[in-house]
Design a protein around this ligand. Structure first.
Ligand SMILES: C[S@@+](CC[C@H](N)C(=O)[O-])C[C@H]1O[C@@H](n2cnc3c(N)ncnc32)[C@H](O)[C@@H]1O
Length: 311
């Protein structure tokens, strides 16, 4: 099937890993719901799905084979027009141009068996996945499911060239060097009520001398990519002094119990966040407070260095 898209939704459709992760999770849902294990739901078992933030309508299209009714809701009028056009041949799909945060779900007279919602953004900061699901979950059946099921977030200390928030996506390739281990600092299951105001104290371990040797830090810093930004000035490896001025956040999307998808070009690209520049030694632990509002945008991000613990 050919989809009409604008440039943003074209990029979303071109992101094969993102699409295949969602397709696999939708197919898997249908298989689990169907007793005989085939890919079609039983006629006696009428299923309804909500596709929240349907964009071009691609996820409704994937789900329509299995569901008896799909409610697709899209805030952006031009995306809504595309979805209407793309899905016009499918009578079981109704497309609404509305804001999910104020949409009157009660008029549907039915709760959903399945909610599909791809409003993901790294650590769920810049898109409305959390507020939207907190609202729509009231209209999910007790045994209903959500795709994706949840998210896992990790952080690591870095040195970055630009002191502003950057994403590592297919258009921009920021220059930075990872200087510590990645730690999981939060996990959310979307079936739970989630407080959008996030705050955590995270211990970030700077690489030890052996790790630095293994990653070949010194040789790396001499490379053209890093030389250009005078990275070498900021690292005195012989005197065991390293500068840290940022953290990198990585999100892993849990599509269901079995499918976990890392960053893709258009879904949760790694995010680099500047922090106050500090000098550390290899093996130190940086204790940091990280705060943001999920769905509140990147301007809600706040970091504070609480302590530097020596090895
Ligand atoms: C990342 S896109 C995903 C589009 C499509 N589901 C897909 O997977 O290709 C998220 C979509 O959610 C829509 N959206 C964001 N906030 C919304 C809201 N409050 N109500 C309805 N749609 C919203 C955006 O306009 C955007 O089209």
């Amino acid at each position: 099937m050919k989809f009409k898209v604008n440039s943003y939704h074209f990029k979303l459709l071109r992101d094969y890993e993102r699409l295949s992760a969602f397709k696999e999770a939708i197919d898997d849902y249908a298989k689990r719901m169907n007793d005989d294990g085939s890919n079609a739901l039983d006629d006696s078992d009428k299923k309804i799905a909500f596709d929240l933030g349907c964009g071009s309508g691609v996820l409704s299209y994937f789900a329509q084979t299995y569901m008896d009714r799909i409610i697709a809701i899209e805030l952006n009028n031009s995306a809504y027009q595309l979805a209407k056009e793309n899905l016009k041949g499918f009578d079981r799909i109704q497309v609404y141009n509305d804001d999910i945060l104020s949409f009157d779900f009660s008029k549907l007279n039915e709760k959903a068996d399945l909610i599909i919602c791809e409003m993901l953004d790294t650590a769920l900061i810049d898109e409305e996945e959390v507020p939207v699901l907190n609202r729509a979950k009231e209209y999910l059946k007790e045994d209903g499911e959500i795709i994706p099921k949840g998210i896992i977030n990790s952080a690591e200390p870095i040195f970055m060239n630009n002191h502003f928030i950057q994403y590592e996506d297919d258009e921009y390739s920021p220059v930075y060097i990872a200087l510590g281990k990645s730690v999981v600092y939060s996990k959310f299951d979307f079936l739970d009520e989630i407080d959008p105001n996030f705050s955590a104290v995270i211990d970030l371990e700077v690489f030890g001398k052996k790790d630095l040797q293994e990653i070949g830090l010194e040789e790396k810093l001499l490379g053209e990519r890093y030389e250009k930004f005078d990275f070498k000035e900021n690292f005195n490896i012989r005197e065991d002094k390293l500068k840290i001025n940022g953290i990198k956040l990585t999100s892993f999307t849990k599509l269901n119990e079995n499918i976990i998808c890392g960053p893709t070009p258009m879904m949760n690209p790694e995010m680099l966040i500047p922090i106050e520049e500090i000098e550390v030694r290899s093996g130190d632990t940086i204790r940091i407070r990280l705060e943001y509002v999920m769905g509140g945008g990147v301007e809600t991000i706040n970091t504070e260095i609480l302590d530097i613990i020596h090895d």
